[in-house]
Design a binder for this molecule. Sequence first.
Ligand code: ATP
Ligand code: ZN
Length: 296
Amino acid sequence: MNENRDRLRIAVQKSGRLSDQSLDLLRRAGLVFRSSRDRLFLYGENMPVDVLLVRDDDIPGLLVEGSCELGIVGRNVLDEQRLAGADAPAPAELQALGFGSCRLAIAVPDNGLIKNVTDLAGLRIATSYPALLAEWLRKQSIDAEVVLLNGSVEIAPRLGKAHAICDLVSSGATLAANQLHELVTVMRSEAVLASSPRAQNAATAAQIERLCARIGGAQSGDGMRLLMLQAPRNALPAITRLLPSRETPSVLSLDGRPDDIAVQALCSELDWQHLEELKRLGASSLMVLNVERMLA
Ligand code: ATP
Ligand code: ZN
């Protein structure tokens, strides 16, 4: 950590697609914040952790210079700046966070002139991600020209600035509205937790590790359910086979009922059909609870 600072700083997008879910994740990781008057900082009230609210493009730089120890940013932004920065020390991706999913894809006009990836040779491709695109082209041995555009990339073909584009896509609606369609995916992206490449002292490293474990716990609780039921002991093998469970279920004995058991299992997906099947196998007292946080 910075010598003059005994608090951890985590950079988060100030206003954009990742903002709400980033702050929500930190809150679920147990952080309680108070907003500063200028709304650039959120002061952590219950842990020595503050949040710096910035443009997402600034996050890798803040990590490289050590102004922040951690950041939540799209993998696309992180990898673009790592590639563009050549051999400079780069932030590390600690964990993927499961939101902000999108893909960086090459899209071409619906006129049908570009059918295959090899048709891109000799053409111009507009993008805000020149380093990621150039690396992909190099790996595919395609010799195309990369045209840097910062914004409104999707209108470049209609303006005659480029033959194709390489841009972030989630639903594809923006592409369709611009008479474009996807040709190939260059990379898959989502929000990730990244750390500064600056050397950390032992105390900072321990603090980062603690926060990461909490974030991982808040995140892995997402969509997880705890299933509880009672059943005849001899139905256990069939029940276990049916469970969409990550881990071995816990099996408990029931006082005064030697032929029955209670089962607890962590499941990522559980619908009514699962419950009905379980009931058919003899399960009773079925209960499904949301999991708020987990610590492995
Ligand atoms: P800033 O003002 O912070 O620079 P921005 O306009 O660059 O914001 P956003 O549009 O808010 O950024 O996108 C932030 C991140 O959200 C992207 O870098 C990407 O990782 C992710 N994302 C998810 N889906 C999409 C999408 N359909 N289009 C663009 N980004 C997406
Ligand atoms: Zn940005």
